[in-house]
Design a protein around this ligand. Structure first.
Ligand SMILES: [Zn+2]
Length: 289
């Protein structure tokens, strides 16, 4: 809990659509959701981002030059702020937890904190990682579970620890999904995605087509996302291969994002969506709290 909170929610035009992303590390927003953020922000949606850790263990350079966790956390929070501004995020809020330890955080405390943010901002749509954490990352899986719980808690008038804000029912909750083709393109760009957790090897072959409910096309925004990617300068050694990718490959990596509609109170069925706000009726478009 080292980072100052940003408790002031900027006011948005009455009746504007609102989207909240709840993620684990600085750069998750850009690498995993950048095209989606850029597209919706450009369409006038008010986008806010909650990031649970400062990525303070994510040193990818020469070990001799690691500035240490506190300094790296500060650097990465600043990188995130710059990237978020380029993508069009209106407010960034850090929960201040430690990178790599998110699944050890007290669930009641973090769920309450996320739910309070939801009650204050009153988003129509919430985005987070899926149950697989995209490639098995325990922090991504933890934030999926906490965010899902927070969406439930925010709507529950009986929540014990959420005094001070009116309950809020999110219309739709999405998990980031990825087809096998996307996972291979990602590995081609970043190297092999494998995690060794509890003596097991975690890989992600990608989701089957029929599980994916929603594909967001943000191809027109790929250059904007690529600029945002490069704000995460402390991670540049990790991004080295990206420099040599073709425009077409960049467009695919940043401009095509897939989701699983984990919860919706406004639509259902098997029809494939191309808009995260599909089914959100005008009355649900966040009358300001
Ligand atoms: Zn991450």
């Amino acid at each position: 809990m080292s980072d100052p909170k940003l408790l002031t929610t900027p006011t948005s035009p009455a009746g504007s659509r609102r989207m909240l992303l709840v993620l684990a590390h600085p750069d998750d927003e850009t690498l995993g959701f950048g095209g989606t953020i850029a597209r919706y922000a450009a369409e006038g949606v008010e986008v806010h981002l909650v990031t649970a850790t400062s990525g303070q263990k994510g040193w990818v350079g020469d070990p001799e030059r690691n500035p240490g966790e506190a300094a790296l956390g500060r650097i990465r929070r600043e990188e995130l702020r710059r990237a978020a501004a380029i993508l069009g995020v209106r407010n960034v809020y850090f929960l201040g937890h430690t990178d790599g330890e998110l699944d050890e955080v007290d669930p009641e405390a973090i769920v309450t904190e996320i739910a309070a943010y939801i009650r204050e901002f009153r988003p129509d749509v919430v985005l987070t990682f899926g149950h697989d954490g995209l490639y098995g990352h325990p922090d991504h899986i933890a934030i999926c579970q906490f965010t899902t719980a927070a969406v439930v808690a925010a709507a529950n008038p009986g929540s014990r620890f959420l005094h001070g804000f009116e309950p809020h029912q999110v219309s739709k909750l999405y998990y980031r999904a990825a087809r096998p083709g996307y996972m291979s393109a990602y590995e081609e760009a970043f190297g092999e995605l494998v995690m060794h957790i509890d003596g097991e090897e975690r890989r992600s072959p990608g989701w089957q087509d029929w599980v994916i409910t929603t594909t967001v096309n943000a191809g027109a925004r790929w250059r904007q996302v690529w600029i945002a990617v490069r704000q995460h300068r402390s991670q540049l050694p990790f991004y080295e291969r990206l420099q040599s990718l073709s425009d077409e490959r960049h467009r695919y990596l940043w401009g095509t994002q897939e989701f699983y509609r984990a919860m919706s109170v406004v639509n259902g069925g098997r029809e494939k969506e191309t808009d995260l706000f599909a089914g959100v009726p005008a009355w649900a478009l966040t009358a300001a709290a």
